[in-house]
Write a protein that binds this ligand. Sequence first.
Ligand SMILES: C[S@@+](CC[C@H](N)C(=O)[O-])C[C@H]1O[C@@H](n2cnc3c(N)ncnc32)[C@H](O)[C@@H]1O
Length: 346
Amino acid sequence: MEEQQQHKRRKRYKGTHPRKFSEKYKELNPEKYQDDVKKIIGQGKTPAGMHISIMVQEILDFLQIQPGQVGYDATLGYGGHTRRMLECLHGQGHMYATDVDPIESEKTKKRLAELGFGEDILTIRRMNFSEIDKVADEKFDFVLADLGVSSMQIDNPERGFTFKQDGPLDLRLDPTSGTSAAQRLRELDEDELVGLLVENSDEPYAQCIASEIMRTFARGETIDTTRQLYDAIARALSFLPKSEQKDMVKKSCQRCFQALRIDVNSEFEVLYAFLEKLPTVLKPGGRVAILTFHSGEDRLVKKAFKQGVRDGVYREAARDVVRPSAQECYQNPRAHSTKMRWAIKA
Ligand SMILES: C[S@@+](CC[C@H](N)C(=O)[O-])C[C@H]1O[C@@H](n2cnc3c(N)ncnc32)[C@H](O)[C@@H]1O
């Protein structure tokens, strides 16, 4: 009898085109694999362990940073903006930077120290920017806030910010405190959930989505992962014509994830507190630039700056938003929704 040859499937080598976040070891070590990282950025993508800073030149042009000044970056993230602002100080002056994220802040602190920006010139605090009045004992010549989430947070499925990969439905910027999005969903009733989706993200299908989420819980099923929430949203929108469904589900997912993120991180409340205290920490003539990523944030900033000019707190404020160039949006699609506003203290 002929010996049967058993076909053995060759094990797929995952190093060349990894799909999973955890396998992207080159992107997660940008200092070590600089050439690979440059190639990825050149393709208009953000490497997994990195964040590409947005509107850097527009921000620097406006802030007009001089050696010897004192500055504050409210949203450290990957430290890209902080680094560029520090370079403008030419070793004289000081910068403070805050972030609530304990995971990424530590890595950024180490990375910036290795680049020569140690504690003599940069103080990094793990703090919410709503406590802007407690960051330093001195006032600032310039302040930057680049709101929202970093690419590192979005891309890491363990953090639960993306529906593109499965992970725990968390969405907290600081996963060590507060309530996860999964827990929040269990706490809300249907009307509260509709309100959250409409107020935070103008979700047009808020009622159908909230009803489907409640039905899911009533069946005894859970929504503890990003995939489970995606599936519930897809079921809620299954009445739409097949040709539109995929696109509509994606857009609703983006809005619903954003709405939940705003809620679990109290994003409007902390931004409001930041804007209210901001004039008290700026020196006369001090400059502030804020990057926002959705209309709710932009409305708050616009209103605060306008009111500040009316009250004589600010000498001047941006009349219109400043947008990233078409070239920047092409090179970094995450810049598309960015709006920058600025103000100068009286
Ligand atoms: C868009 S990223 C900043 C990226 C940074 N400008 C850079 O160039 O790498 C926003 C960062 O702000 C942080 N953040 C968001 N809300 C915050 C808050 N209320 N207080 C402090 N940090 C906050 C996030 O954790 C995230 O790291």
